[in-house]
Design a protein around this ligand. Structure first.
Ligand code: ZN
Ligand code: FE
Length: 257
């Protein structure tokens, strides 16, 4: 399975999963239809699935138009999103599995950004392969999503699930927010050498107009403040050692940043 990153709208990423053997494809969070249909035409591939992480327009905006072109496509989303995702046919819960070509995706229920948000994790199928995590707007490179419909307690639990995955997991998040996220991260974790060097790297990437997604989960664990609520530096920046409070205060500071 090959993952093709498609830039959309102002700062969204759409991901096309392509299986070369069967020449079939699946799309994660089609913000808009045009660039997806164009890429499918180029590949001459048949689209079999739309995997939505949550109901926001910049993640489901292309569903309807894509379904008109590919009437056989199956539309997946979270069970709690019933009625909010155009064309949704499959209602997924924590622990459910989805199939694409020879890969099996595990579903994580990760409320916080929205009350229904889910992630799809495709573990490696053989030695030398890495896992792929499609986490929508919950975990970003260097940051996390805003809490629109959930509580800090839920978000810590959700991010905790993602944090438990292997370090070499590719993190395919839905927005190019990395540079801004790391600028904030430096204000709360300034002595973190890994963070400083990541910031320099990302700054160079962005000055060349290059994407910073996917990132690696191991890098997130070392540099993303929203996965580091139990680290002394973040506890002292937020003046609390209580995990949910640490996270909530970080999120509040980022909202003001
Ligand atoms: Zn969103
Ligand atoms: Fe979004």
């Amino acid at each position: 399975m090959q993952v093709i990153r498609i830039a959309a709208l102002s700062d969204n990423y759409i991901f096309l999963l392509h299986d070369l053997k069967q020449n079939i494809a699946a799309v994660v969070d089609p913000a808009e239809a045009e660039p997806v249909l164009k890429k499918l035409k180029e590949l001459k591939a048949e689209l079999v699935a739309i995997f939505n992480t949550h109901h926001h327009q910049d993640h489901v905006g292309g569903n309807k138009q894509i379904m008109q072109q590919f009437p056989q496509v199956t539309v997946y989303g979270g069970a709690e999103d019933q009625g909010r995702i155009p064309g949704q046919q499959v209602f997924l819960q924590q622990g459910d599995r989805v199939h694409f070509a020879d890969r099996i995706g595990e579903v994580f229920f990760i409320p916080g950004h929205t009350r229904a948000h889910i992630a799809y994790y495709f573990p490696p199928t053989q030695v030398g392969e890495t896992g792929d995590l499609f986490c929508g707007d919950t975990l970003f490179a260097g940051g996390c999503g805003r809490l629109f419909e959930g509580t800090p307690t839920q978000m810590v639990d959700s991010l905790g699930k993602l944090r438990s995955l292997p370090d070499d997991t590719h993190v395919w998040c839905a927005h190019e927010y990395t540079l801004k996220n790391l600028q904030f991260a430096l204000t709360v974790d300034s002595d973190n050498a890994n963070l400083q060097s990541r910031y320099d790297e990302v700054k160079a990437y962005r000055s060349r107009g290059e994407a910073t997604v996917p990132s690696l989960l191991g890098v997130e664990k070392l540099t993303n403040p929203f996965l580091r609520w139990d680290q002394p530096a973040l506890q002292s920046a937020t003046k609390t050692r209580e995990p949910v409070q640490t996270f909530a205060r970080l999120r509040g500071m980022k909202d003001q940043f």
